[in-house]
Every structure is written in C-alpha cells, then in structure tokens.
Design a protein. Structure first.
Lengths: 166, 465
C-alpha cells in the first residue's frame, strides 16, 4: 500500500494503519528532525508530535500526490517551533543503535558536526527519501540551484571526511 | 556519491527508535509539552486554586457584568481585541499593534454594545485609510469557552456587519478560535493576533509549502486573496484584487507567452511566493503549462512546460533509494547529446554558465544559466524533453558566486599569506553574502578569516589555540 492509502485510512482513525505507517517511516521523520535539531531527545519528541499531527490531520491531506513532502513539512514546522522554545546543545550521546558497529555513530556524528544545517537537511532528505532536488527545494524553501550546489558541497565534504576515516 | 548516501541511509535505519504509544493519540494535541511542565505546575495550581476560591467568596455577589465571556478579535492591519461580558457589552479594549493604538486613540468603548463598538472601530479604520477599495478585508475572530456560543456570536456579528456595510463592498473573513496552546505559541512568536495565527494555520493546512514566517507579514487582504480556494475559511464578499493586474490580464500574459489560444483545464489561483502571484495551469496540444506571474508587475517569474503526457510521481515510496542504477535498455543518449538537445531547444549558441547535469530517475536533469535566466531541463534517456522551466528571477548565493570578483583560490592565498603558513589541514571555505568564510587548522591552532569577495580585504580574523 502506498502512503496515500495509509493517510486515507488514518483519516478514518484507523490505528492499525497508523501503527504500520509509523513503523514504515519513523526513521525518515526522525532523521529529518535530527538534522534540524541535532539533539536526539528533541528529535524523538518531534517525531512523536509529527505522528500525532498526522493522525489528527490526515483528513486535511487531500491526495496532493506528495505525501512524504506533506509529512516532512509538518516535521519541519514542529522542529522549528522546538528550536525557538528551547535552544539546546548538540547531543546524540543517548542514541541507541541496533548494531554494535561504531561506524554508523561516527557517520551520523560527521553529519551533525561537519555539515551546516541546510547541507545536512538536504543530504538527509535525499539519501533517506529519494526526493528529487526540486522537491527538496520545495520542502526547505530553497531555490533549486541553491539546493544543488549545497548538496554537491556536502557530498564533497563527506567524501573527504570518510577518506580520513579509512 | 550513492555509496555515502546508502551508508547514511543504513546508519539511520540502524538507530533503535521506540514503538509508538497509541495512548498519545487520544490525548489533546500539545500534551507532549505539558507532561514536562506538570511537576512544576503543582505549586502554582495550588496557589491559583486558593486565589480563585477567595475570589469566588469575595465577589460571589457580583453579577456577571465584569466577567469576560468572549473575546472578539478585529484584524485589518490594525489589530484590536474586544473583551465582552455575557450581555455582549464591551468591558475592555486592547490594541495588539501600533495601528491598533492609532485607531483606539480617541475612543472610549467601555460599556457600549458589542456591535456598536465593532461598527465604530471599522468606521474609524475606513476613515484612517486602513480599509479602502484596494484592501477591503476584515478578519473577525471569536474566542470563548463554548464552541456553540462562539459560533452563535460569530454569526450574529457577521449578520450585523453585512446589514450595516451592505453598500461598502467589504470582504469579511470570520472564524471561531479555540484557545490552544499551539496557536498561542505561534501568535506570540510572530507577534500577531490569535485570530491571524488561526487564519494562517488554516492556510498552511491547505498548502503546506507555505510557512508562518512568510505569511505573518502579509495583510489580511493578502491572506484573504491567497486562501480563496480554502473551504475551511468562511468569507462574505470577495477580497479586493484591485491592487493587482487581475485574473484576465494574467491569463492573457500566460497565453501570449505560450503562443496558444485554445486551452483546456484552465486553472488559476492567487498564491504567495515571496510576492503575491497568479498560479496558472492549463493544457494545450497535449502539453501541460504552468506559469507563475507576479501579481503586481505582471512579470513571468517562472514557467514550466511538460510534454510528458503521464508524468508519474515517484515519491509515494519512502526509504527506497535505488535510483540511477536501473538498467536502461535500448537507446540511451550521452550526457553531451542531452546538453545539445537542451541548448538547441533554448536557442542558445554561446557559452552558458553554472552548467550542471545529473542522471536522476532515468532522466538527465540539466541546469544552466544564460543571460540572467536560469534554465532547468529534464531529458529522458531517449532524448525527449520531459519537462523544462525557465526562471527569470533568481538570486541566491550561487549568483553571488558568479559575481564575486576574487576566486576561492585567491581568497585562500590571502588568508594563508596573512597567517604566514602554508601547510594547513581541515581547510574550509564558503561564500556567504559576498564574503568568504575561511577556516583551517595548523596543528591544534584554529584560524578563521572573513574576506571580502569583491575587494579581497580581510574583514576579520581569529586565531584559537
């Protein structure tokens, strides 16, 4: 079932569909929230708030063909509110990984420490959601060209960092 | 590239996220914040309860004359709030902004009837030029404890206004507002009234690409114009678009530009994209046209022509990222050929700047600039132009980049010379607002420079151990 189908069912308060949707895309929502907030606990809060908002507002989603963009725009708005209400330090120490390998942690740390905010958000939107660049530009309110140049800059930075890692 | 992105994707999917607790769904929105506050609130609650109790004893004999039953917000640009009691008499008036203060300056409305007060306020706004034929929208927001009462009051006010202003051609947007903490936060953040925050919230719910930041600065008339298709918003009369070129003129501009006369599926609406725009869509000769036209100047800001009959949207799928490597069978054109096709379609023979090409989802995405315009093409692997757009109005940091008169290398040289070093690590350079921001390390020492991108002058520098 595609995301439109889930939202349709959720608009009738179908909690089963809601839980399936949560399990399907919670990583997408969380990663975008983390890329804005740089703080694990805040990102978890915003993830939860996003899903609560999806549940209550699914009926407002009128099959515009861009469900993921709709969802992540909610995440963005909620995350920005959070930033304003409490500015916190970068903190990802309490992220728990399913694997014991340290590599994932290092990579996410690079993302948060070495990329600037927009670079990080673009990279996360592109690598987790497979959005096209013009869609990313739409979500982040950027020009397509800005999105592309920031993307290329970010990839270059990451490549260099990962080289050092090896 | 894909390699790093796959690793990022995997890393995030390896993060252990909690299950969703469905109990949260039945609680009121915003409860997430309240949970944390609860503990601290207890002492306050105790004091507050005692206080309320004393008040009840003390003023129990008092009748309801001084108790606020509802609040009525009036927004044009002046923003004013009336507090009224059960008998619809005004007990307090507050101006929410500068313009509101001006309107209230010589008025004493306390004790008067609600409808009389609203009429007087609107009269004064007309007299002071806040409402005229170019901007005729008034927002009425009713807030109180009972939804039913709010709605009754809203209807009564709108009926009264309609009767009193029948000949004036006003547009009255009206709504009931429940006092949610979420909404109040927004109102405080952007320094707007609760009513305006609610209206913006409704607009964003319908078009979630807009943001509170952008819309908070718009006038009620502008908000009214761009929300004309929103069913959740109740409007009497239509918002004045006399400050703009008008729907007919906008259509004429788009059709002329497209060189077509016979169109189907024509749609137009007013929207906001840094300025108020007309968004026009139509079909002609199997192609789909989209135009964005500046509503004030009539300039074409962007257009998009899609020759593909059935563009399928590829984003109903979330964590899947296997683009690019799909087997592309039979005829596949080269990157150079794709560039040729785009340039010849654009009618450009000279050199273009900022040229970029990328293979994405089985088509080439090409982008370049020429003559102060920005071109985007989407060309299929068989060489067909799927989509293109031309943006006549771009400005961003890349634009600055082409206008920066000293290069990144030159800026680096200036910084290193000044620092008197040659072998550096972690070198970073970024162009921002016509200045290069440079960072590097020598051993454990960190250097930061800001260099003017036009003159090469060092604006500031900092050395940290």
């Amino acid at each position: 079932m595609n995301l439109d189908g889930y939202l349709e069912r959720i608009s009738f308060n179908d909690t089963e569909a809601f839980n399936e949707l949560y399990n399907l895309i919670n990583t997408n929502v969380y990663s975008f929230a983390l890329s804005i907030l740089k703080n694990h606990d805040d990102a978890l809060d915003v993830t939860q708030e996003t899903f609560i908002s999806i549940y209550h507002n699914a009926y407002r989603y009128q099959n515009q063909g861009k469900p993921m963009a709709w969802i992540l725009t909610i995440t963005k708005n909620l995350a920005y509110m959070k930033i304003r209400s409490n500015k916190k330090e970068v903190d990802i120490t309490n992220i728990e990984f399913k694997t014991t390998d340290n590599y994932d942690k290092i990579l996410i740390n690079y993302l948060l420490e070495n990329l600037n905010d927009l670079e990080r958000q673009i990279i996360v939107l592109h690598s987790l959601n497979g959005f096209k660049f013009h869609e990313i530009a739409g979500i982040l309110d950027l020009k397509l060209t800005t999105t592309l140049s920031k993307y290329h800059r970010a990839i270059k930075k990451l490549k260099e960092l990962m080289k050092e890692e090896k | 590239m894909k390699n790093i992105e796959n690793k990022i994707n995997k890393a995030f999917h390896n993060i252990d996220l909690p299950e969703f607790d469905n109990k949260k769904l039945n609680e009121k929105k915003g409860i997430v914040y309240m949970e944390k506050k609860k503990r601290n609130m207890v002492p306050f609650l105790v004091t507050a309860c005692t206080l309320v109790f004393c008040l009840l004893i003390g003023f129990g004999v008092y009748n309801n004359n001084f108790k606020v039953a509802s609040r009525i917000g009036i927004d044009v640009n002046p923003s004013i709030e009336l507090k009224i009691n059960k008998k619809n008499k005004v007990i307090d008036v507050i101006a929410n902004n500068e313009d509101g203060n001006k309107i209230l300056s010589d008025m004493d409305l306390n004790g008067s009837d609600m409808n009389v007060a609203i009429n007087a306020l609107i009269g004064s706004m007309v007299k002071n030029g806040y409402i005229d034929e170019l901007a005729n929208s008034i927002l009425i927001s009713v807030e109180g404890n009972s939804l039913e009462e709010n709605e009754k009051l809203r209807q009564e006010i709108v009926n009264q206004l309609n009767a009193n202003l029948a000949n004036n051609n006003f547009s009255i947007v009206s709504q009931t507002v429940s006092n949610e903490s979420e909404l109040e936060n927004i109102a405080n953040q952007y320094n707007i009234s609760l009513g305006k925050a609610k209206l913006i919230q409704d607009i964003i719910a319908n078009n979630n690409l807009l943001t509170y930041e952008e819309l908070a600065n718009l006038s009620i008339n502008e908000l009214n114009l761009i929300s004309s298709n929103n069913e959740n918003i109740k409007v009497e009369g239509s918002a004045s678009d006399k400050a703009y070129i008008g729907y007919d003129k906008a259509k004429e501009i788009a059709l002329n530009h497209a060189g077509v006369t016979d169109v189907t599926n024509y749609q137009v609406e007013m929207d906001y994209d840094e300025v108020i725009v007309y968004e026009i869509e139509f079909r002609a000769d199997n192609a789909k046209y989209e135009y964005e036209i500046n509503a004030t100047t009539g300039d074409i800001m962007e257009y998009d022509i899609d020759n593909h009959k059935n563009v399928n949207d590829s984003n109903n799928n979330s964590s899947n990222n296997n683009t690019g490597n799909n087997t592309n069978n039979n005829s596949t054109i080269s990157r150079d050929r794709a560039k040729e096709i785009a340039l010849s379609h654009a009618g450009i023979t000279g050199n273009v700047s900022n040229y970029k090409i990328e293979l994405d989802d089985n088509s080439y995405e090409i982008e370049f600039r020429y003559n102060n315009k920005e071109y985007d093409y989407d060309i299929s692997l068989s060489g067909e132009i799927l989509k293109y757009s031309i943006d006549n109005d771009y400005d961003d940091d890349d634009y600055n980049e082409t206008h920066a008169s000293i290069s990144r290398d030159k800026a680096k040289e200036i910084a290193l010379n000044h620092a008197g070093v040659s072998d550096v690590s972690n070198f970073k350079i970024e162009l921002d607002d016509n200045k290069y921001e440079i960072e590097f390390k020598v051993g454990y020492q960190e250097y930061e420079y800001e260099i003017n991108a036009t003159t090469g002058k060092i604006i500031s520098y900092e050395i940290d151990d």
